[in-house]
Design a protein around this ligand. Structure first.
Ligand SMILES: [Zn+2]
Length: 304
């Protein structure tokens, strides 16, 4: 993809290279049990959040096997790459802000951009608790903040074979989509049902929310591409970009993650949808650019 022309967001706080925060439980250790990070109520909050957000492997947080994660030591070369990835993340974020500002404006509303914190290893969240790179990128509704360890992109490339700039852009636009859902009240509506309906039903609502975020990520790609063509005469999307999104969706679908972790697939426990569903909703948004097609809540569950 062509991203160098996208506007750089000013809502990104760069905490990369800062020391990991000290918690009540001591320093978070790479390879330690992630549930120990934060402790107390924070643990529950983090658990909820892990189940809800775009994640590396949810089963890691539920007593399954924990993969160790050691950030690579910084060399001059990785520092150079790191600042390029940082710039990339800021420009994708800026583009998401521009697209959603415009869409909200056309609907007579005002868009309030999310904040983004990019960090390495671990960082303290404003509302307490610690964001840890093993959690994968996530959006925290109460802070309206996306926490992104940009080393996750390297992990996508190396461990999930789902690298490529457009795959990374998909991650950022998916998290931004969760912010849009928060502003629209959809997130709260779903969250409020937690504990009030059977878990299986709640999981299905979560799948609907996630697939809608994939749809909205596709909406971003549609308009960001259109805008780039209008401004520069060149398309943002390049050959192979959709394949990158496809590989990313394939690597992060619940079916793929579960199979990788346990060797089997239990559909009732899905919270994000299958790889195929994720891709389908992303493509629906990308191809149509029409928000009316994104109501994942009224489609019968079996037809998602
Ligand atoms: Zn998500």
């Amino acid at each position: 993809m062509k991203w160098e022309n996208l506007r750089r967001s000013r809502n990104v706080e760069n905490r990369r290279g800062q020391r990991a925060p000290r918690t009540r439980m001591g320093l978070p250790r790479a390879g330690g049990r992630p549930v120990a990070v934060g402790g107390g109520c924070g643990t529950i909050a983090i658990m909820l959040l892990c189940i809800f957000v775009f994640k590396v492997n949810p089963l890691q947080f539920l007593g399954g096997g924990v993969e160790t994660y050691d950030p690579a030591p910084q060399t001059q070369q990785t520092t150079g790459q790191a600042s390029e990835i940082q710039e990339f993340a800021e420009r994708i974020k800026g583009s998401c802000e521009d697209v959603w500002t415009q869409i909200f404006r056309e609907a007579g509303a005002q868009y309030r951009p999310a904040k983004m914190v990019s960090y390495s290893g671990a960082t303290r969240m404003r509302t307490g608790g610690v964001a840890d790179s093993r959690m994968g990128p996530f959006y925290l509704p109460v802070e309206e903040t996306i926490y992104l360890d940009v080393d996750f992109f390297r992990q996508m490339q190396q461990q999930m074979r789902a690298g490529g700039d457009f795959a990374y852009a998909y991650v950022i636009s998916h998290e931004t989509a969760h912010h849009v859902q928060k502003l629209l009240g959809t997130t709260e509506e779903v969250f409020n049902k937690r504990g009030r309906i059977p878990e299986k039903e709640y999981n299905r609502l979560s799948v609907r929310l996630e697939l809608q975020a994939d749809f909205l990520a596709g909406i971003w790609a549609h308009y960001a591409n259109k805008d780039m063509i209008a401004r520069t005469g060149q398309s943002m999307m390049e050959e192979g970009d959709i394949e990158e999104a496809m590989r990313a969706a394939k690597a992060i679908g619940d079916d793929a993650l579960q199979y990788k972790a346990t060797g089997r697939v239990i559909e009732d426990s899905f919270t994000h949808g299958t790889s195929e569903q994720r891709l389908r909703w992303f493509m629906r948004g990308f191809q149509s650019g029409n928000l009316d097609y994104g109501d994942t809540f009224s489609v019968p569950y079996s037809q998602l």
